[in-house]
Design a protein around this ligand. Structure first.
Ligand code: ADP
Length: 232
């Protein structure tokens, strides 16, 4: 347990320390990109450096977030998180992403809300919806569904995208595991999204279920126990 804590602290500190130098580099790159004195031949390399430093910042932020979530303890049940607002925010973010499917539907089948930490739950929904956009062609469809039954609350993000091979399904929540290798990286993912989802759910006593078929689409369902519901 001690080794595990040392490892976690190291990752948290390293990501934190990397932030400031990265901010400086990005600041100068922005200035260079707008400087007329820079020869034309440098425009393209500077733009590539900007893209890559944005990617690096996203990685650092995700690593930091993951190390915070990994500490594992259950989140207190003293805050009500508005599920409808959270889903609406994730949809809005998705519509701002490039090449998003036109059809992103919301099906709210219950007025119940959740008990926990809003930023963490928002990150769960946003990551799942961003993935659905990333792995679904523009002509595909995404549905975000919230249902409640005797077992608890179920938040599902369904897409008609590329799907995941059966043997990859158990591994996609591992850090940096990518079912389709380079392609996922090109689409702007950090490879940490589903690990963040898994740990944030664990802190809410919830579980992630993945149903998927290669070439047909995927459904990611977050199952929350009844005592995480705020039934008004
Ligand atoms: P990434 O940043 O690479 O998307 P994630 O942890 O979010 O990292 O996802 C891990 C891998 O799971 C992805 O690289 C992709 O291969 C697969 N994956 C995740 N969501 C979907 C989805 N909705 N459809 C198809 N594949 C997916």
């Amino acid at each position: 347990r001690r080794v595990d804590r040392v490892r976690r602290d190291f990752i948290a500190n390293a990501s934190h320390e990397l932030r400031s130098p990265l901010t400086v580099i990005m600041g100068y790159l922005d200035a260079l990109a707008e400087d007329d004195r820079i020869p034309d031949g440098w425009k393209q390399p500077i733009s590539v450096m900007q893209d890559q430093s944005i990617r690096m910042r996203r990685l650092v932020e995700d690593l930091l977030q993951l190390s915070k979530l990994e500490s594992g303890q259950s989140v207190p049940k003293d805050h009500v998180v508005d599920v409808a607002a959270m889903i609406a925010a994730a949809r809005k973010e998705a519509l701002a992403l490039p090449e998003h499917p036109d059809s992103i539907e919301i099906e709210l089948q219950s007025p119940a809300n959740l008990l926990g930490e809003e930023t963490e739950l928002q990150s769960v929904v946003s990551n799942l919806v961003a993935n659905a956009v990333r792995y679904t062609p523009p002509e595909g469809e995404i549905t975000i569904r919230w249902t409640v039954d005797a077992d608890g609350g179920h938040l599902a993000v369904q897409d008609t995208g590329i799907g995941i091979a059966e043997e990859d399904i158990p591994r996609v929540t591992e850090r940096f595991y990518r079912a389709d290798g380079g392609r996922a990286r090109q689409r702007g993912g950090t490879g940490l999204g589903l690990a963040i989802v898994k740990y944030a759910l664990r802190r809410h006593d919830a579980e992630l279920e993945i149903q998927s078929r290669l070439g047909q689409g995927s459904t990611f369902v977050c199952h929350f126990p009844r005592d995480r519901l705020a039934l008004s």
